[in-house]
Ligand binder design. Structure first.
Ligand SMILES: [Zn+2]
Length: 83
């Protein structure tokens, strides 16, 4: 069984990575506007894809954490039923 503290540490790392890439994306959007650069704007779009994948990973982690608690309770009840 996966340890909860490890799971929380992984979520924390994902959140840190998401915040870093989000801030870089915002910086690139502002820089692309002021520099009038389509290349920098395209790279900001590239970072948006990275941000969305990180967000999906955090979402999946949250769902797994929720389902883990539910399934653990269901399996415990099943063992009581078996006894
Ligand atoms: Zn990339």
């Amino acid at each position: 069984m996966t340890d909860i503290t490890t799971h929380q540490a992984s979520r924390k790392r994902l959140l840190i990575a998401l915040s870093i890439t989000c801030s870089f994306m915002v910086i690139q959007l502002v820089a692309a506007y002021f520099a009038n650069s389509l290349a920098v704007f395209a790279d900001a779009g590239h970072l948006f894809v990275h941000n969305s994948t990180l967000f999906i990973a955090i979402l999946a982690s949250s769902i797994a954490f929720t389902w883990r608690a539910t399934l653990t309770m269901a399996l415990t009840r099943r063992s009581w039923l078996g006894a």
